[in-house]
Design a protein around this ligand. Structure first.
Ligand SMILES: *[C@@H]1O[C@H](CO)[C@@H](O)[C@H](O)[C@H]1NC(C)=O
Ligand SMILES: *[C@@H]1O[C@H](CO)[C@@H](O)[C@H](O)[C@H]1NC(C)=O
Ligand SMILES: *[C@@H]1O[C@H](CO)[C@@H](O)[C@H](O)[C@H]1NC(C)=O
Length: 432
């Protein structure tokens, strides 16, 4: 009854205000229209003169440490920072980079059995001699270093994260004796640290992954004289990504086609975002959500990501990729697509998690297990520039609103992360 009465009153009100409603609706439609136009133009990534930044890099660490709130370094940390300034190797054999080269960054932890496989796959990549390969290490591991020093097929530069938790054995960012552990309560038992949203304290080995990724991103875009003038794409791969011989040529093709075929694509990918997929095999390009295997983008996109440092560094999830999907990309205000071919050019083969593979003798790889067959069609570029683009809309995955898996609750980790975003922008800080 009550419901009925309400409905009738509403009915009457509706009839009386019909014209008002129609007008309002018109207004709403107009607003939606304007809003959409607005987001669309927001989506078109602006070309800006930030490309022409003059990279005024400092190698005065005394000054860096004074300006920024970076952890106190030990000898190894300082040594690594100096080593990062060394020029690439193999300059005698490959004195020049091709004009349209795509720099390749391979970021690694401590899984030498994997790294050997990746390096072997890279040695067969067509065109690799035209570019610079940067290998970014999360800490210093002699065996990893040796493998990279043995590379002969292109210019190679190694960089080592000097603030990796692996470089500090008894102080932050490593584990310090006074730190809270697991679910310690700092009130009951005096210790240092903030728990994450699930009540757990930081684990240095786990936070090292996100720290390394962010340090590496900031360093290769803004902190190296070899790359700070690079205006093209940079490709990012990991130590458990098998790279097909056609990867480089396909990527160059995708980068060249992107502005015309998919102006709203932020990146190009070597592999589908579903890491188990090897592609559809269609005669078409694919635009889909950003994947985390073999992704490449340019400096314009990096500047957009860098502007979201706060979102990245304060999100309580220790995974860099989930952090990007759940906070950074959604903050761009529209779907963040990447362009790829219909057949994969990279395969994720890692079977063991990073935490298992590291250190000690309990490495979890079965030697010689990697058995990826490269078919004839994947040995040379196999993307046809005449193809159209198939767009995968509304794919499942992490979205804005996801609160994170935790592991990233400690204020010190968040601050260090922010310092990584600031440390190559000395001038911005010192100028008023
Ligand atoms: C490094 O910076 C500090 C502080 O700005 C300055 O005192 C020092 O002379 C600089 N060292 C070099 C080698 O430029
Ligand atoms: C920590 O590292 C220092 C050198 O950086 C070394 O002298 C010391 O023995 C190490 N301590 C432990 C517990 O590994
Ligand atoms: C970088 O890529 C974005 C997205 O594809 C594009 O809008 C922009 O024009 C590119 N910038 C340069 C300098 O090519």
């Amino acid at each position: 009854m009550a419901l009925n009465k309400k409905t009738r009153i509403k009915d009457a009100a509706f009839r009386r205000c019909l014209s008002v409603v129609v007008l309002t609706l018109l207004g709403v439609f107009l607003l939606i229209f304007l809003f959409q136009t607005n987001t669309v133009s927001d989506n078109e990534i602006q070309y800006s003169n930030e490309i022409d930044q003059d990279c005024e890099l400092t190698n005065n660490y005394t000054q860096l440490r004074r300006e920024f709130n970076l952890p106190k370094q030990n000898e190894l940390s300082i040594l690594l920072e100096k080593r990062n300034q060394l020029p690439p190797i193999n300059l005698d054999k490959f004195p020049k980079l091709a004009k349209d080269h795509v720099t390749i960054v391979l970021y690694v932890h401590n899984r030498p059995q994997y790294l050997r496989v990746v390096v072997e796959s890279l040695s067969r990549v067509v065109g690799i001699g035209e570019t610079l390969l940067i290998v970014s290490h999360d800490g210093y591991f002699e065996e990893m270093n040796k493998i990279v020093e043995g590379i002969k097929f292109c210019q190679v530069k190694q960089i080592f994260s000097p603030y990796s938790p692996h470089v500090f054995n008894n102080s932050f960012p490593g584990a310090s004796p006074t730190d809270c552990k697991d679910k310690d309560d700092p009130i009951k038992q005096p210790c240092k640290g903030n728990p994450d949203q699930y009540g757990n304290h930081r684990s240095p080995k786990i936070v090292s992954l996100k720290h390394h990724w962010w340090w590496m991103m900031n360093t290769v875009w803004d902190g190296l004289k070899e790359t700070c003038h690079h205006s093209g794409h940079i490709l990012f791969i990991e130590e458990d990504h098998f790279i097909f011989p056609n990867a480089y040529r396909n990527l160059q093709m995708l980068a060249a086609l992107k502005p015309e075929k998919c102006p709203n694509c932020y990146a190009a990918n070597l592999a589908p975002s579903d890491v188990k997929s090897r592609g559809e095999g269609w005669e078409s390009l694919i635009a889909e959500r950003m994947g985390n295997v073999g992704y490449a983008f340019n400096r314009t996109v990096w500047r957009k990501i860098h502007r979201k440092a706060r979102e990245f560094c304060f999100f309580d999830d220790y995974n860099w990729d989930i952090t990007m999907w759940a906070t950074v990309y959604p903050s761009f205000g529209g779907p963040v697509y990447t362009l790829r071919g219909p057949r994969t050019s990279a395969v994720h083969f890692g079977k063991c998690g990073l935490h298992q593979g590291q250190g000690g003798s309990n490495s979890c790889i079965d030697e010689g297990m990697v058995n990826i067959r490269v078919e004839e069609i994947d040995k040379a570029g196999n993307i046809d520039p005449k193809w159209g683009v198939h767009v995968f809309e509304h794919q499942a995955g992490y979205q804005a609103g996801f609160r994170g898996w935790g592991g990233w609750g400690d204020t010190r980790d968040r601050e260090l992360c922010l310092e990584f975003a600031n440390m190559y922008h000395l001038r911005d800080r010192t100028s008023p």
